[in-house]
Design a protein around this ligand. Sequence first.
Ligand code: SF4
Length: 440
Amino acid sequence: MHVTVISPDIYTYGAMLIGGILREGGYDVSVGRKYAAPPSETVFLSLYSTLHLLDPRLKDFISRHRERGGRCYVGGPVSAYPEIVLGELEPDAVVVGEGENTVLSLLQTGPVPDLPGIAVREGGRIRINPPEIPASLDRPIPLIPDDIGTQDIRGANVYIETHRGCLGSCTFCQVPRFFGHDIRSRTIDSVLAEVRAFKEKGMRRVSISGGTGSLFQYENGTLNTAAFIELLSGMADIMGSSNISAPDIRADCINDEILEAIKKYTIGWIFFGIESGSDRILRLMGKGITAATVSDAIDECRNHGLSVAGSFIVGFPTETAKDFQATKKFIASAGLDDVFVSIAEPIPETPLAKLVLDTPQKDNPSCVPTKGEYRSLGLTESEARCFDLSMHADMYKPRLHVVTDQIFDAYLTEVRRQGTDIRNVTDLLFRYYGRDDGPG
Ligand code: SF4
């Protein structure tokens, strides 16, 4: 039997992982990035964004494929809210949570209602069977497409998974809700075997998947610095240090040895999820660190000769003009080498989504028009802050950045796109969980 695994637009690691498990299970499998599959066969859709649930092309593909006798199953991060997936896309089933233990049984039995790890419609109700958590993260080599070397995700062809779980509890983030707070790590040998396999298929640049890279093999409340260094050093032996990107790391999960290893075995960048310069907003976000902790971490990185990038989230519910000014001040003093700004996205089932549902619209910057400097552009307050902060950050980067008309237009287009996406996700939230007086 032939099976297709599709992840929209990019080959996600998760889609390749499921492809590898199905191949090992004896199936003829392909992994694709477009909505296409021969009639009558089974399709697994690995969806990593809530916006996929609102994509009419995807809904149309699933409906047509099922009409032609094929089966469609949806998994990936969106499976954290199976009611919405079933309601919006109407697949045969949702593979809930970590899908490794589910996909082979699902192919053997079909979506029988009592199968662990799936969500299905049963009569007029939705039945959700919790998944079995994999006892070990050892698994077959992923199914790697021949053109993997052409993919570019933030400068890397692939983000390889080294561990699951996060100690953090950031209220906007899905990672601890999806994988839990316990850190479950792979063995160094298995990660390195995978890096070799990707390289043989044409991978040129590799990074470690999101979360906090230095939590690799974290045990008994302690960072396993030696294991992290061995991992990076082994990856550098295979790929060369100029082809390995620094992993995302929490500002409170570093030490001198970790920073030295990042300098020695990677391209020498570190990426912090800073999010805000306001301690009030950081508390509301559940970051568990203060702006001062991040400032100190940036200084430590500089002492090791690393370049530092940071991401910021604007438009968190109840974020005031004063909070926003604190973020601008932080950026001015930090002089980050690169900055990414996004509007707070209320991913369903996160505490942020609940906060958005509970916050009066007048206190949600994503729901009110700006009255400030950019009001003539017709932006919401969140869009205006995203736009303002992007240009502000450029002024304080160590290398000269001039905001030309082209850059101004590019930022404006980007914040409008983000604003529209956030409104659509917020509408979706209110449709499934919301008050009658919510948007939409
Ligand atoms: S530290 Fe990063 S991965 Fe962990 S919960 Fe916060 S944002 Fe998510």
